[in-house]
Design a protein around this ligand. Sequence first.
Ligand SMILES: Cc1cc2nc3c(=O)[nH]c(=O)nc-3n(C[C@H](O)[C@H](O)[C@H](O)COP(=O)(O)OP(=O)(O)OC[C@H]3O[C@@H](n4cnc5c(N)ncnc54)[C@H](O)[C@@H]3O)c2cc1C
Length: 401
Amino acid sequence: MNYQKEWDVIIVGAGPGGSKCARACAEKGMSTLVIDRKQQVGPPKRCGEGLSKRWVELSGIEPTPRWAVQYIDGAILISPTGKKVVVANSKTTGYVIERSQFEKLLAEKAIEAGAKYMLKTQATGLLKDGDTVTGVKVLCDGKEKEYKAKIVIAADGVDSLVARYAGLQTTLPLTECDSGYQYEMAGVPLLDQQKMELYFGKDVAPRGYVWVFPKGDGVANVGIGVMGSDITTAKYYLDKWIDAHADRFKNASMTEINAGVIPVTAPVKKFYANGIMVIGDAARMVNPIHGGGMGATMEAGLMAADTAKEAVDAGDVSEAMLKKYQDKWQEVRGKEFAKILQVRKFFEKLTDKQMEIIAEAVDPQIMIDLGHGQGLGTVIKTLVAKSPDAAKFAMSFLTGE
Ligand SMILES: Cc1cc2nc3c(=O)[nH]c(=O)nc-3n(C[C@H](O)[C@H](O)[C@H](O)COP(=O)(O)OP(=O)(O)OC[C@H]3O[C@@H](n4cnc5c(N)ncnc54)[C@H](O)[C@@H]3O)c2cc1C
């Protein structure tokens, strides 16, 4: 298949961020090429497949049974000793999705809008004119090729090299990422078909949690995220947890293994340079408390498309122009994510005993707010009131000492 050599926009990565951005770019009338090193859009998934209602709406795709396989109306948080806290309000509704179909649908919508896709095509470098990115070097069918673009968008995920090719600083310390491991399983009995289950505790999942996300008919994603620097693997902790619930899982078995890295940190300092913008996991735009990133990457894709259109129309792809994208992201999502990162840092310092106190005493609605970066003050006050020995710890957290 022949592809034109020059484009308005080339997007590297056909994940949710890349395809959502591609659709928006094409709808704005820009010639848009998406490249991906995989041979099909979607699989293999590296995902628990949870997507909240607001992100389902932002995706611009009707939640049909093809991809939105299980409606979710809340979550059950399970403390280290097994205390269950049920959280349910409009912020906890959403779907467990069939991600491979979701990604394919996002790509189909982008193609309907006019974007082109080139698969089995790996970006191996960037074309540059001075310090301005002017296109991508690719390896396609074993051949090296070059494609020019007015703007390149790096949507190439957590192990992004494209941002680095542009000279951007994307180093990700192990302490700032979670290591994820998951089995999709059949035959799993559920506490509630419409609720996600999240299990906490230092011995269960250091810094993270075990999840059971229902997909209907006894199928569920049973997974874990743990601090990337932990000397033991995520698989070890997940297997240990499943073995500890042997009775529950006696008639269950795996149909898939999924693993990957989740950047639960602050975004990279600068996610644009002359001729290039970076979106999604490549820029570390993940909710630092629960590790969800599909929504944020799609949202960033839309913002990058807006700035790309303005830049292409103005014939100005300089840093000064593309900075508008980062400014917009900072205003809409950056401040919230910074607060959520504080929540993550607070919770990772808690002992299991302190976690029990919180599970016992804090209003479940506040638990929901924490996922949005709100309510930490209330949690700290409750903890200090119930456990005076937590005062020193709370104070040292608040003062950063
Ligand atoms: C175990 C686990 C569970 C998760 N669970 C959830 C969840 O339940 N809900 C949620 O919202 N998020 C979850 N996440 C996070 C979510 O998967 C990511 O945030 C999301 O995939 C980011 O999307 P993206 O488009 O930025 O990048 P990706 O989805 O990673 O897409 C990047 C694309 O770029 C391609 N690519 C990479 N390098 C190149 C190259 N050089 N040339 C060409 N193509 C390239 C890749 O093949 C890939 O298709 C989870 C992550 C993990 C690891």
